[in-house]
Design a protein around this ligand. Structure first.
Ligand SMILES: Cc1cc2nc3c(=O)[nH]c(=O)nc-3n(C[C@H](O)[C@H](O)[C@H](O)COP(=O)(O)OP(=O)(O)OC[C@H]3O[C@@H](n4cnc5c(N)ncnc54)[C@H](O)[C@@H]3O)c2cc1C
Length: 433
């Protein structure tokens, strides 16, 4: 049986970034276990591609991911520009459509400051200032962040993979882990079509499957998850400059922010609208349409299990399903939502689908969506669940933090072994401040 010191389950941006850090600050024999034939085949290669500045993240409730996003902006910049990874500083405008949403933007301005966004990078604008900047936008007010970037996280993960591989990390592609056993001082990992391996320590970064893997070890039994497919539509070339920045609207339902579609400027200059949120059965259900609202409700009933059935009796969730959700499901309905702030958009401008991606929020025993990243510790294992947006943005700083935490807990032995393009100690100093 092949033996490793550390086995990382999942070759998305999180698992790959952790493997990179480990390869520079330890001599541990590390492998990344990935069921697909290359990295970033799921959420990490199928997202909106925005490097988010955390003005919209509550500095108390979402402290870790807000800090990680803030620190990682510059790390990604240093990494991407010399390597010709797309880096388009197109900025993000978040718009308010009524007075109460304007109040949210005022709060965002404060959160932005508290999260460390530099003065001058974030500006609250009234409706006429917004129209001057973007004549095709209609709103009550908007907050503009000029340091948001459009990029390609799939390319970033691919590049990090090359470094990790050159630093002797083994990538076990086409290895779907189907079982995991704790055998006193190590873990035995089993696969559907490959021999088992043994790892002294396992880090679970399996994205939409991380909950299921944690449960294999008797952890996270109080949690369940849902999978939502986010679909995008690409604007025809002649309409792609209708607006020249990313445009988000203040979430109508703060607990369900993934329901409001955006206007996105991709790093290659194209424009898309999306994503919506279609409930699906697995983290890989990229096709198949849940047609109408009663199908959606019955699909949710099927998907929800155990404690999360409570979600269906949560009044906000029920109101959402009955009134709002249907308006995010179809292309026309999604475009109607964007029309509220870009009145010129029309379904005919969007004839081609973009690449869809699947989010997997974790639901607590009380039937509520968990707001922060969920970290769970087992014997010889550590599990990262609910690693949702802006997870791709925050990956370099957050993964350094995980490596440091595992050292402090006595699970990993660290010592600097290689020069790195990112400074581990500096990142740790910033994120633990
Ligand atoms: C629609 C959408 C839009 C988003 N937009 C943004 C954005 O603009 N900016 C941003 O910062 N973030 C965004 N995000 C969030 C971001 O993409 C995720 O936080 C991030 O990609 C998660 O990375 P990951 O490595 O944890 O998961 P993943 O990329 O899903 O990787 C997990 C990997 O584990 C593998 N795996 C799972 N189970 C097994 C198993 N049993 N055996 C072997 N391998 C297994 C999978 O194949 C997969 O490759 C978005 C996400 C979505 C879905």
């Amino acid at each position: 049986m092949n033996k490793y010191d550390v086995g990382i389950i999942g070759g998305g941006i999180l698992g790959t970034t952790i493997s990179y850090w480990l390869s520079t600050v330890s001599n541990l024999k590390t492998c990344v276990i990935e069921k697909e034939n290359s990295v970033a085949q799921h959420a990490s290669g199928r997202n909106t591609g925005v490097i988010h500045s955390p003005f919209y993240l509550d500095p108390q409730k979402k402290k870790t991911i807000a800090k990680a996003a803030m620190i990682s902006h510059d790390l990604w910049k240093e990494f991407s520009i010399p390597r010709n990874i797309p880096w388009s500083e197109c900025g993000t405008l978040e718009v308010a459509l009524d007075e109460s949403q304007h109040k949210t933007l005022e709060k965002y301005l404060k959160w932005g400051e508290q999260n460390g966004i530099p003065e001058g990078a974030l500006k609250l604008m009234d409706s006429s200032a917004v129209s001057k900047k973007e004549p095709n936008i209609q709103c009550v007010s908007g907050i503009y962040c000029n340091q948001d970037v459009s990029t390609d996280y799939g390319m970033m993960t691919g590049e990090l993979y090359s470094y990790s591989k050159n630093h002797n990390v083994t990538f076990l592609f086409d290895h779907k882990m189907t079982g995991i056993k704790n055998t006193n001082d190590s873990m035995e990992l089993q696969f559907s079509n490959n021999p088992s391996i043994e790892c002294k320590f396992v880090i679970n970064c399996a994205g939409g499957h991380s909950l299921e893997i944690a449960k294999m070890l008797g952890l996270a039994n109080d949690y369940s998850s849902l999978h939502f497919r986010g679909e995008y539509w690409i604007a025809e070339k002649k309409y792609e400059n209708l607006v020249n920045t990313n445009v988000y609207s203040v979430a109508k339902f703060t607990n369900f922010p993934f329901l409001d579609p955006h206007w996105i400027k991709r790093a290659n200059g194209t424009a898309e609208i999306g994503p919506n949120a279609v409930p699906v059965a697995t983290p890989e259900t990229y096709s198949g349409y849940v047609g109408n609202i009663s199908d959606v409700v019955s699909k949710l009933g099927e998907i929800l299990s155990g404690g999360s059935k409570k979600l269906l009796v949560n009044p906000e969730f029920l109101s959402l399903i009955s009134k709002e959700w249907k308006s995010s499901l179809s292309k026309n309905a999604m475009i109607d939502r964007v029309k509220q702030f870009i009145p010129k958009v029309n379904p005919d401008f969007f004839v081609k689908r973009g690449t869809s991606g699947i989010r997997t929020p974790i639901i607590s025993k009380k039937g509520e969506f968990v707001s922060e990243i969920l970290e769970l510790e087992g014997d010889n294992s550590f599990h990262i669940l609910n690693y949702n947006s802006p997870g791709a943005t925050g990956a370099p700083a957050y993964s350094a933090l995980i490596v440091k935490k595992l050292q402090e807990k006595g699970f990993l032995n660290l010592q600097k072994t290689r020069e790195s393009f990112w400074n581990f100690d500096k990142v740790i100093e910033q994120i633990t401040l």
